[in-house]
Design a protein around this ligand. Structure first.
Ligand code: RFL
Ligand code: PHB
Length: 390
């Protein structure tokens, strides 16, 4: 089998890249290690920057997002028992974010891909990139007991943090930067109206909490937890009690609870690989970098990588110019590092670290107070949160 661009991974980055290429009449094949239902069962990100929304439109996959997504013009920072609104819209001259689940975005892209007739190979085991340092790269993979070969011009490694693409790069050719945080997020979904119509990021001596949502009737809540916690030890009652503790009283009292589903613990990490282009292999999204979810940047960074790479490939096939391809790593990483900085900073000021003592807690509260009182500081927070320009 032969295609122009072989895309490893059917997550948001692989599917978005595939759709943008298909819209530009560039033949591509997507392969994933697992099946469609498994991919759609993952609950992850929920906040889209305007750039991501624009790319969904460009991929002709934005209709449901526009119908069901919730435009948010601000969010709250809660600390020291109080609640302060960050007015994203006025601080950024009219920008906003859209609250729309990654699961839904992935489904929209999958459905559109199926309708366009582009090929996706699910349950492809042992996907391996070969010869990407030359002009004729190819992939091999196993399916139904048979080893297949897919010849291509380019390979896009959109296969997440644990994927095969980054591992295929010779060790001496790649440098990695990593910070692992000493806590995780315990997250739940519950079919109840969100406690507030905007997101609440809460700093509390007992630990961070986040009130988010998927719709007007489905809430997504998180609490910081220690890394040795087990999901089984968190009954719904214990979760709701802990969440209430960490919120200002008005929200704690207004909180409506219900049985949860999709309860899970995610570790927090910052990670960047450099470079992210190796001959004809490109790393994209979580395969190239990871951020802690505090700034809601993971999915949006995957989208900005796709922006640079899809334009580079369209330029290559349209004008036989390799300029975009040559610039991909540097351009994408310049934006990535700014989001890595922002996510690290927001994680640092919002969470209780093992060595946060009372002095450290007061420093965090002072920083948060400065952030909400100073127009300069609020503007910096807002412009990063809505997403820096591409
Ligand atoms: P994905 O979504 O991980 O998709 C990668 C796809 O590649 C497949 N794959 C392989 N396919 C073939 N061969 C292999 N060897 C393969 N190995 C893996 C996988 O099955 C999968 O389908 O990466 P992508 O597309 O780059 O998208 C990135 C986003 O998913 C990610 O940045 C965010 O979801 C990060 N993230 C969150 N971001 C937020 O902004 N807010 C959140 O609340 C949030 N929660 C999360 C998260 C990431 C998590 N992970 C990765 C553990 C919660 C979790 C649990
Ligand atoms: C979510 O809704 O899952 C979500 C929202 C904002 C974040 C992280 C996760 O910063």
């Amino acid at each position: 089998m032969r295609t122009k661009v072989a895309i490893i991974g059917s997550g948001p980055s692989g599917l978005l890249l595939g759709q943008l290429l298909t819209e530009a009449a560039i033949d591509n094949v997507v392969l994933d290690r697992v099946g469609k239902d498994y991919i759609l069962g993952r609950v992850r990100a929920g906040v889209l920057e305007e750039g991501t929304v624009g790319l969904m439109d460009q991929a002709k996959s934005g209709a449901h997002m526009h119908a069901a997504g919730l435009p948010h013009h601000g969010f709250s920072l809660a600390f020291d028992g109080r609640d302060h609104r960050i007015d994203l819209y006025s601080l950024t001259g009219g920008k906003r974010v859209v609250v729309y689940g990654q699961t839904e975005l992935t489904r929209d892209l999958m459905e559109h891909r199926e309708a366009s007739g582009a090929l996706t190979v699910y349950d492809a085991a042992n996907v391996t990139p070969h010869d990407f340092d030359g002009a004729s790269p190819y992939l091999t993979y196993d399916k139904n007991g048979i080893t297949h070969r897919l010849d291509c011009d380019f390979i896009a490694g959109c296969d997440g943090f644990h994927g095969a693409s980054r591992k295929a790069v010779p060790q001496g050719a790649i440098r990695t930067f990593e910070k692992v945080y000493p806590f995780g997020w315990l997250g739940i979904l519950a079919d109840v109206a969100p406690v507030s119509h905007e997101l609440i990021y809460a700093n509390h001596p007992r630990g961070f909490a986040l009130c988010s949502m998927r719709s007007e009737t489905r809430s997504r809540y998180y609490i910081q937890c220690s890394l040795d916690e087990k999901v089984e030890d968190w009954s719904d009652a214990r979760f709701w009690d802990e969440l209430r503790w960490r919120l200002p009283e008005n929200h704690a009292e207004a909180m409506v609870t219900a049985p949860s589903f999709a309860k899970s613990i995610a570790p927090l990490r910052s990670f960047v690989a450099e470079p992210i282009r190796f001959g004809r292999l490109f790393l994209v999204g979580d395969a190239a970098h990871i951020v802690p979810p505090t700034g809601a940047k993971g999915l949006n960074l995957a989208a900005s990588d796709v922006f640079y790479l899809s334009n580079a490939l369209i330029e290559f096939y349209g004008h036989r110019s390799e300029a975009g391809i040559d610039a991909y790593s540097q351009k994408a990483l310049a934006r990535v590092w700014k989001a890595v900085r922002f996510s690290w900073w927001m994680t640092t000021i919002m969470h209780r670290f093992p060595n946060t003592d009372d002095f450290g807690q007061r420093l965090q509260e002072a920083e948060l107070d400065y952030l909400v009182q100073s127009p300069a500081a609020s503007t910096s927070l807002a412009e990063n949160y809505v997403g820096l320009p591409y």
